[in-house]
Design a protein around this ligand. Structure first.
Ligand code: DC
Length: 229
């Protein structure tokens, strides 16, 4: 039996996944992996190389690119062939294309394989859309976070404003709804709650409340499995 846990956190954009997952990873002293950053990195590169509408070329590009994620002192970064793309992957342009790139079957296969390798040893909090269903169906604890579209829009708009990007709320909302639709209806590993995931509506919860709730659930599982957190 693994002595450390695999924690899977899935849900749509703006549901509070990243903030919660990072804080939980800090608290547990586990690795944190933002799988969305991987899909964003290949999307950014595809846009840059002007091949974003060519599935086969995107797959070839991904095959020859080394995508790495780091998480140090509370800051997560993504690198492609050692180049730091952490800022670039959050652009509106990437937001607009990332769901289409994430639909490509081979892109998913390559990235899921990588995520399995990274998380295989446990002691990890991994967030995404398909972690509890496809990447780690055997995860020790699974959460599915949701929040109302208005709350998610508010959070994303505020986040961007804090980074100096003033995007109108209507545009943010439109992008979120569009991504929700593509992410949830794609053929390959769509965004859906795993049957055994704990659903958490974060609309009215503070970050502290979210983290405490998830941590308590993780503690229960750890106790049941005889694992010391
Ligand atoms: O978590 P995020 O908003 O940064 O993710 C960006 C996009 O990446 C999301 O709209 C769909 C895709 N994604 C995915 O298909 N599977 C994952 N495990 C994570 C993200």
């Amino acid at each position: 039996m693994s002595k450390k846990l695999i924690v899977a956190i899935d849900g749509p954009a703006g549901s509070g996944k990243s903030t919660t997952a990072k804080l939980l990873a800090n608290k547990l002293k586990y690795l944190y992996l933002d799988t969305g950053a991987m899909y964003r990195a290949i999307t950014f590169l595809a846009i840059k190389h002007k091949i974003v509408d060519n599935e086969q070329e995107i797959v070839e590009l991904l095959k020859r690119t080394e995508i790495e994620l780091t998480y140090t002192n509370g800051v997560s970064k993504v690198f492609a062939d050692k180049v730091d793309l952490s800022e670039e992957i959050r652009s509106q342009e990437v937001n607009g294309k990332v769901s289409d790139v994430s639909k490509i079957k081979q892109v998913r296969q390559i990235l899921v394989q990588k995520q399995k390798q990274i998380g295989g040893l446990g002691a990890i909090v991994m967030e995404g859309r398909d972690i509890g269903t496809v990447v780690f169906p055997q995860a020790d604890v699974k959460f599915f976070l949701t929040a109302t579209i208005d709350e998610r829009t508010k959070r994303r708009t505020k986040e961007m404003k804090e980074k100096g990007k003033h995007v109108p709320e209507e545009l943010v909302k439109e992008n979120l709804l569009n991504r929700d639709k593509i992410d949830s209806t794609r053929e390959e590993s769509p965004l859906q709650k795993a049957k055994d995931a704990i659903a958490v509506d974060t609309s009215t919860l503070s970050i502290d409340e979210q983290v405490t709730f998830l941590y308590e659930e993780i503690k229960k599982v750890a106790e049941r499995k005889g694992i010391v957190l």
